[in-house]
Design a protein around this ligand. Structure first.
Ligand SMILES: Nc1ncnc2c1ncn2[C@@H]1O[C@H](COP(=O)(O)OP(=O)(O)O)[C@@H](O)[C@H]1O
Ligand SMILES: [Mg+2]
Length: 334
């Protein structure tokens, strides 16, 4: 920390008096300038800008010192602690989370942690979804997904159009892969944020960094809300929930998004309501109309789940009608 006091003292010019007695003309000039000048209010040493700056810097340092280091005990004991800590640290530094409470889900590609939310977020808990670094190797590379969203190149510049040629982002360099994964996660975050802002039933988003997304936590302290695949619905719940999910699919399509991996595994259920999650494979139908098959599959899987509640629906007809309402005629190959 630079000490402004020392700096000022060192830089001070020695004062030398050359003339003791000013001449008549100088005395007259001094008198007029004194008369013209407004009297300056006396300022205390403490109120000088340098002192004020130094004081506020000290206060900030003090705050940093009293803030405990981010080392959640839940993570510290894990073998993979280093990358988990470095993934979550930015959320702690930005005062979005204060602690990591438990692992809500551990998967092959991503782990979801339930975190204690910083009071400034207005939430009690937040869910941090962190992608494993090995994702950088095993990125899902299906052409239909890759060509249906904006990719970023090594410099982070968006690449537009249905590019079939390997670009910087799709070339197999480490930097290219990293750019691709970061772009993938950013797309998941931006899709979910846009849907939330349009009142869709998705968790609110808070932040994202290279390999992690921070969002509203759905569920209680002990356990996350169950997935739709894990619950048995009451008879009278099925129809309104089916309608709600179809409404969400249609709303997303109207905003230029298809979930692309929707099923009862990617829908959380709590207190009679559903929340759609996991937009990692979302695609933009305006970018590439080949994705009609993904819309159809999302609807088929939804219908399939509700079929065991005696809810009969023609998934293909629903997908067709929905596409025509928002995108126009079906693509030739559909
Ligand atoms: N916002 C959330 N709140 C609570 N639990 C969540 C949340 N997001 C994900 N989970 C939990 O983590 C699991 C995996 O999340 P998901 O986004 O589907 O990732 P994956 O790519 O591993 O399928 C979910 O099934 C759910 O149990
Ligand atoms: Mg999932």
């Amino acid at each position: 920390m630079k000490n402004h006091f020392e700096y000022d003292l060192e830089e001070e010019e020695p004062v030398t008096f050359v003339k003791i007695k000013p001449g008549r003309r100088e005395r007259a000039a001094q008198n007029t300038s004194l008369r013209r000048k407004k009297p300056q209010p006396k300022t205390s040493y403490e109120s000088s800008p340098d002192v004020q700056r130094w004081l506020s810097e000290q206060a900030y340092d003090e705050m940093e010192r009293t803030r405990p280091a981010f080392n959640p005990s839940l993570v510290a004991s894990r073998r993979d602690a280093p990358w988990i800590l470095s993934s979550l640290m930015p959320f702690y530094d930005q005062q979005l989370i204060t602690d990591v409470l438990h692992e809500a889900h551990g998967g092959k590609e991503a782990t979801v942690f339930c975190c204690a939310a910083h009071p400034s977020t207005g939430m009690e808990y937040l869910a941090a979804k962190i992608y494993r670094p090995r994702m950088f190797r095993s990125l899902r590379n299906d052409a239909i997904y890759r060509f249906s969203r904006v990719q970023r190149d090594e410099e982070g510049q968006a690449e537009h159009g249905n590019k079939r040629r390997g670009s910087a982002a799709t070339r197999k360099t480490e930097r290219g892969r990293a750019a691709q994964v970061a772009s993938w996660i950013e797309y998941e975050y931006l899709t979910q944020r846009m849907l939330y802002e349009h009142d869709a039933d998705v968790p609110q988003t808070f932040a994202y960094i290279g390999n992690a997304v921070l969002m509203e936590y759905i569920g209680g302290f002990e356990e996350p809300a169950p997935r739709l695949s894990d619950v048995e619905l009451a008879e009278d719940e099925a129809q309104p929930l089916f309608d709600c999910i179809m409404h969400n699919i249609e709303q997303a399509l109207s905003l230029g998004r298809i979930h692309g991996d929707l099923s009862a595994y990617n829908i959380l259920y709590g207190q009679g309501e559903v929340r759609l999650i996991d937009f990692a494979q979302a695609v933009d139908p305006y970018h590439n109309s080949d994705v009609y098959s993904l819309l159809q599959r999302d609807i088929e899987r939804t219908c399939h789940y509700f079929a065991c509640y005696d809810l009969r629906a023609d998934a293909r007809a629903l997908a067709h009608a929905m596409w025509v309402r928002h995108m126009g005629p079906l693509p030739d190959f559909a």
